[in-house]
Design a protein around this ligand. Structure first.
Ligand SMILES: Nc1nc2c(ncn2[C@@H]2O[C@H](COP(=O)(O)OP(=O)(O)O)[C@@H](O)[C@H]2O)c(=O)[nH]1
Ligand SMILES: [Mg+2]
Length: 462
């Protein structure tokens, strides 16, 4: 299925410890390749039956090393598509290493990082985007990231890519049919129908490309910058959100001079809260550096939580105007929180219409007592909530995002050409270009260097 040559020949049998390094209750050693079964049977008495777990002694040089459970997955019904044996042994570091060393001495080769998955890809068990989803699944630290990786592995995302490919192939075929008869100057394909098909296709690709902002936030954690004037209660708020005394709280303005970052999972989504130095003009050089950093943190963040002391909120319009001068707020979610509401509960809240920038919400809170924190968390998670069993197809991989951008550009060129009644062969060139880029996502087009970068990021044993 793949024309690229593989730097690690698949006729070798590879082995690796698939579980994390160190001591554990059990450990799994995995083999894949033509000699996997024969090598294991040198050390295990009972004949291993495909898809049966066999309890056995693992014997080395006539001496029992350990009691193990071995499972044989016969090709092609295995993860890699080759003969695979998984041996679960006791998780002593010594046993794991001794077992692996025995297999290597018998002629296995130590697997490279991601080599099992690479073989699965080369044997057509997974396409490339699914192989990448396996790595994301292993890295998932919260429900959002896990659901997205599952969708990319077997769900809506994987299905959508397959469907987009079919549509592009269909369109190209229609045009090429016309090409075959070009001498006779006939137009087989109804051009307005082609334009409609292509327009829909572009919209779907664009929508998928646009989901990258969300996908990337879910995968890496949503960056939330907590900014505002000194003493407003930013560090207290961070500690409240994190549930820990992570940042120094002081009634002396200008205490937080560096940025502090903490990750918290809310409703299945990781948020990276960044506490910053207070915003004010300062002659103190160190504090000034801190303020620059807080602007930088705000610039990089997806969400800005602007904290003001509720008794001081009359000056909020000026404060936000100053912020808007240094930070591009257009694509960001801006939430204003009026803090210390425990003390200033009767003071009026600012009104959104009187503010110089669009704000997503104005919330009264008390970082000290915790009042209003629920509402703030709700605001943060609302944007990332997706109901249902399967996620909307979402791109989280930069490589896929870039390919999708190329696909949209190439299809747009094809549409323009169609609209200008260009000859079919010119339109077909752009459509084939779009198909090429789609192929780089799923791996129909997979140069060795791309495969190398992708699989080297995996752990050994996967
Ligand atoms: N009454 C009250 N005091 C608060 C609240 N949040 C913070 N403070 C106090 O305000 C002062 C400054 O807080 P801090 O978190 O260091 O502010 P920062 O400079 O914005 O990081 C400290 O004395 C806090 O105890 C609150 O919700 N209510
Ligand atoms: Mg602080």
């Amino acid at each position: 299925m793949n024309s690229s040559t593989n730097s690690s020949p698949m006729n070798s049998t590879i082995a690796a410890i698939a579980t994390p390094a160190g001591r554990g209750a059990i450990a799994v050693v995995r083999l894949s390749g033509p000699d996997a079964l024969a090598i294991c049977q040198r050390h295990i008495q009972p004949t291993l039956q495909p898809r049966h777990a066999s309890f056995a002694s693992f014997v080395v040089d006539g001496q029992m090393l350990d009691e193990v459970v071995a499972i044989y997955f016969q090709a092609p019904h295995s993860y890699t598509g080759e003969d695979v044996v998984e041996i679960s042994c006791h998780g002593s570091s010594y046993i794991q290493q001794a077992l692996l060393a025995t297999l290597l001495a018998d002629g296995c080769r130590m697997a490279e990082p991601g080599e099992f998955t690479r073989r699965a890809f080369l044997n057509g068990r997974l396409n490339l985007s699914q192989a990448e989803a396996v790595a994301d699944l292993i890295d998932a630290t919260n429900r959002g990231a896990q659901r997205m990786a599952v969708s990319q592995l077997r769900g809506g995302y994987a299905a959508l890519l397959g469907e987009l490919r079919e549509r592009f192939v269909e369109l190209t075929a229609l045009l090429e049919l016309e090409l075959d008869f070009s001498e006779e100057e006939v137009e087989f394909a109804d051009r307005s129908q082609l334009r409609n098909l292509l327009t829909t296709l572009i919209e779907r690709c664009r929508k998928l490309a646009d989901s990258f902002t969300l996908g990337n936030a879910i995968r890496c954690g949503v960056p939330v910058a907590i900014i505002g004037p000194p003493n407003a209660g930013k560090s207290t708020l961070l500690n409240r959100l994190v549930g820990d005394d992570r940042a120094i709280v002081s009634d002396q303005p200008g205490t937080t001079r560096d940025t502090v970052e903490e990750t918290v999972t809310l409703d299945g989504i990781g948020f990276r809260f960044i506490d910053t130095a207070g915003l004010r003009h300062s002659d103190n050089e160190i504090e000034q550096v801190g303020i620059e950093r807080s602007y930088r943190a705000a610039s990089r963040a997806t969400v800005v939580v602007y904290v003001v002391d509720r008794s001081d909120s009359a000056s909020l319009p000026q404060q936000l105007a100053a912020l808007a001068q240094s930070v591009a707020l257009a694509d960001k979610q801006l939430i204003v929180v009026c803090n210390k509401s425990d003390r200033y509960n009767n003071m009026p809240l600012p009104v959104a219409e009187n503010l110089p920038t669009a704000v997503d919400a104005i919330l009264p809170i008390s970082a000290q007592t915790g009042d209003g924190i629920d509402a703030l968390q709700q605001r943060l998670t609302d944007r990332y909530r997706q109901e249902g069993d399967d996620l909307e197809p979402t791109v989280s991989n930069l490589r896929h995002y870039e390919a999708l951008t190329h696909i949209v550009e190439a299809s747009q060129r094809a549409l323009d050409a169609l609209q200008q009644n260009m000859p079919a062969d010119l339109v077909a060139i752009d459509l084939r270009d779009a198909l090429y880029h789609l192929g780089t996502i799923t791996g129909e087009v997979a140069p060795d260097e791309i495969l190398g970068t992708i699989f080297s990021r995996f752990c050994v044993g996967k």
